[in-house]
Design a protein around this ligand. Structure first.
Ligand code: C5P
Length: 221
């Protein structure tokens, strides 16, 4: 078994999910979108009317629920207690609240534990904020993907076009705000692991980014 684990971290809207999914496809690996897990928890808590201020309630709920990830052709599906929550988790409401819930200790420890289990047998491409630093510090390949705020907002805008009523400026603000919250939080803040390769994708297209990462993986095994 010469499979490896690949950690892809970076700020909101850098295109991590798209790239990670394509890298996994090329290597015949499993793709794990950890942002989708934090989003799913957020949607679930909002529906249950549990605010992020009520940390003990959040921690209790997060321990009780059962989360499953189902790899799909396109999007990975997230189920909570058997219910497919995937259609709800990319909404602006969830994007606006997710950083508050993802800063809570019990949420992070529960999801990190699930993420480590999924990577035990190797052959996983996992994207998120703290994969290289905290979840899989031993990942054989670590990538830190960035792009300018303007470019990231533009990418999200093109992705959401027709699905959500939102302006480019709103997206820039949302992304800048989430960067601040994700970088500034106490537990596992967003930062580049010392041994992660920095990939500024502002002037790269998706295929170029995928090729760059795949060639790092191939040179490793
Ligand atoms: O990657 P995505 O933008 O879907 O992530 C949504 C949010 O989930 C992030 O803004 C961050 O607050 C949280 N997150 C996290 N740790 C991860 C992945 C996502 O805190 N590993």
């Amino acid at each position: 078994n010469d499979r490896i684990n690949v950690a892809i971290d970076g700020p909101a809207g850098a295109g991590k999910s798209t790239v990670a999914r394509l890298v996994a496809q090329k290597l015949s690996y499993i793709y794990v979108d950890t942002g989708a897990m934090y989003r799913a928890i957020t949607w679930w808590m909002l529906r249950e009317n549990i605010t992020p201020e009520d940390q003990s309630q959040v921690n209790r709920k997060v321990q009780d629920l059962v989360m499953e990830l189902i790899p799909g052709e396109d999007l990975q599906k997230v189920l909570i207690n058997g219910e497919d929550v995937t259609p709800h988790i990319r909404s602006l409401e969830v994007s606006g609240q997710v950083s508050q819930y993802s800063g809570i200790e019990g949420v992070r420890s529960r999801l990190s534990h699930l993420q480590r289990q999924m990577a035990l047998r190797k052959g996983v491409v996992m994207d998120g904020r703290d994969i290289g630093t905290t979840v899989l510090p031993d990942a054989e390949v670590k990538i830190f993907m960035t792009a300018s705020v303007e470019e990231r907002a533009l990418r999200r805008f093109n992705e959401l076009r027709g699905k959500e009523q939102v302006t480019l400026q709103q997206l820039e603000q949302d992304i800048a705000r989430r960067d601040r919250l994700d970088e500034g939080r106490e537990i596992s803040p967003l930062r580049r692991a010392e041994d992660a390769i920095l990939l500024d994708t502002t002037f790269m297209d998706i295929q170029q980014v995928v090729e760059a990462i795949v060639s790092h993986c191939r040179s490793h095994v």
